[in-house]
Design a binder for this molecule. Structure first.
Ligand code: FEO
Length: 398
C-alpha cells in the first residue's frame, strides 16, 4: 500500500489498528508509523516503522521500486517506533546509505549492530541532492530525543516533522482534510501533552527553526499528514508550547465511601463561573493519558482522595508520578481529602502539589469521614477561588 503526497513522494508506512498501549500511553484509536519514499534521480526513504512491521514497509516500497535501488535512508529520530526495522531495511537495501546526525548514529549504535552500515553524518544546514529535489536537514534537539531532526524539501514545500505535530490515530485516510479535523486536533493535543510537554521549550525552538520556511505539507511520523489545516496545527502548537494556561479547572479525585466525591462536587459547584471550563475526573475511571491531556493547559487544579492505608488512593499516586515526569507548569492548586484516623491522604496530596511547584493556595481541606455542611461550604469557596485565579492567569476578564 502507498499513498501519494505529491508527484514523486509517497507514504509507505504502517497503520497499527490494534495497538492500545504505547509505552503506557493509552492509544484508544491505534496509531500509524509513517515512512515516506522520495523517487527522484536518486531514491530516498524517510524514516521507517516499528518492529515487527518491516515486511509491510518493504512490500509497500516494492510496489513502487525495487528496494535494492534505494540510495538513501534518512533517520530523523532514533526511537525504536521509527528505527526498529532499520537492520532489516538496510539488509534489503544493499546500495543504501543511512543519513542521520551524529547523535542519532550514536543512539542507533546502542540499539542495533550498526557494523557494516554505510552512513553519512549530516550537520544542521547540510543538504543532500537527489536530482530535482534537495533534502535540507534541521536539528530539533529534544523534540523529542536529543538527536531529533526535521528534513525539509524546498521544491515541494514539504516538511518531514518526525514526532512533532503527530497524533496516535489509525485511519485509512492519510490526510487531515479526509478526517474529522476536531478528532485529529484532539489527538494531536493528547499527543503533545503526553509526549512533548516536558520538552515544550525545545519544541518551541524547533518551530522557530522552521518559521521562515514555505510549508504546504507537514508529513509527521504518526497519524495524518497536514496539508489543509496547517495554520490550525501551527497555532495550536504555538499556544501549547507557550505554557500559557487556559481558563480551566480540573478536579481530580478518588473516593472510597463517597465522602471525597461529595467534596469534589462541592468544588465543582463553587467553581461554576462564566468563562471558566470545569471538568471533574474520577481518576480510576480515566486513563493517565487523558488525565495528562486535561491537566496540561488548565490554570487550576483541585486534587482530592479518600485515605487508604495512611495515604492517598493508589491510582492518584500513579497520576502524581506521571505528572511529576511530564512537569506541567503554571497552575494554582488546592488539595482535599477524607480520612478516618491519623495521617491521611490530604497531607500526601499537599506534598505532591508542592513537589510539582504549583502555587498551592491554601492548606488542604480535610474531612473526617462524612463532610459536614461547613466543610462542603469550604470546598465551594475554594472552587470559587480557583475560578477567579483561572480567569486572572489566562488573561480572561474577571
Ligand atoms: Fe514516535 Fe519519539 O517516537
Amino acid at each position: 500500500m502507498h499513498v501519494s503526497l505529491c508527484e514523486g513522494i509517497d507514504w509507505v508506512g504502517f497503520v497499527d489498528w490494534t495497538v492500545r498501549d504505547f509505552h503506557s500511553y493509552s492509544t484508544e484509536r491505534g496509531t500509524t508509523y509513517n515512512a515516506y519514499l522520495i523517487r527522484d534521480e536518486q531514491t530516498a526513504l524517510i524514516d521507517t516503522v516499528k518492529e515487527p512491521y518491516g515486511a509491510m514497509l518493504l512490500d509497500n516500497i516494492a510496489g513502487l521500486i525495487d528496494p535494492a535501488k534505494v540510495d538513501w535512508v534518512v533517520c530523523n529520530h532514533a526511537e525504536p517506533d521509527h528505527s526498529g526495522v532499520l537492520p532489516q531495511v538496510l539488509a534489503a537495501m544493499p546500495n543504501a546509505t543511512l543519513v542521520c546526525n551524529a547523535k542519532c548514529l550514536s543512539a542507533l549504535a546502542k540499539h542495533y549492530d550498526t557494523t557494516g552500515w554505510k552512513t553519512k553524518i549530516v550537520a544542521p544546514g547540510d543538504t543532500l541532492s537527489l536530482g530535482k529535489r534537495t533534502l535540507e536537514f534541521i536539528n530539533t534537539p529534544m523534540a523529542h530525543w536529543p538527536e531529533s531532526m526535521f528534513t525539509y524539501v524546498r521544491q515541494d514545500k514539504l516538511l518531514f516533522s518526525m514526532d512533532a505535530f503527530g497524533q496516535h490515530c489509525a485511519t485509512t485516510e492519510r490526510f487531515d482534510d479526509e478526517n474529522c479535523i476536531g478528532t485529529v486536533l484532539e489527538e494531536a493535543r493528547t499527543y503533545y501533552a503526553n509526549i512533548l510537554m516536558p520538552y515544550g521549550a525545545s519544541t518551541h525552538k524547533a518551530m522557530d527553526s522552521v518559521s521562515g520556511l514555505d510549508i504546504e505539507i507537514i508529513a509527521t511520523s504518526h497519524g495524518v499528514i497536514w496539508r489543509s489545516h496547517i495554520p490550525k496545527i501551527l497555532e495550536a502548537y504555538r499556544q501549547w508550547t507557550s505554557g500559557k494556561p487556559q481558563p480551566k479547572i480540573i478536579i481530580l479525585y478518588d473516593t472510597m465511601w463517597e465522602s471525597t466525591a461529595a467534596m469534589a462536587r462541592a468544588f465543582e459547584e463553587g467553581a461554576a463561573t462564566p468563562g471558566v471550563h470545569v471538568k471533574v475526573i474520577h481518576v480510576r475511571r480515566n486513563t493517565l493519558t487523558t488525565i495528562a491531556a486535561d491537566v496540561f493547559d488548565a490554570a487550576a487544579v483541585a486534587v482530592g482522595s479518600a485515605t487508604l492505608n495512611g495515604t492517598m488512593m493508589p491510582q492518584l499516586g500513579a497520576v502524581f508520578a506521571y505528572l511529576h515526569g511530564l512537569k506541567p507548569t503554571a497552575k494554582v492548586a488546592v488539595g482535599f481529602g477524607s480520612y478516618g484516623w491519623g495521617r491521611g491522604s490530604a497531607e500526601a496530596i499537599q506534598e505532591n502539589l508542592e513537589g510539582l511547584k504549583w502555587n498551592v493556595l491554601r492548606t488542604p481541606i480535610k474531612s473526617q469521614y462524612r463532610p459536614t455542611p461547613e466543610i462542603l461550604a469550604e470546598c465551594r469557596a475554594a472552587g470559587a477561588l480557583l475560578a477567579q485565579k483561572a480567569l486572572e492567569m489566562s488573561g480572561a476578564s474577571v
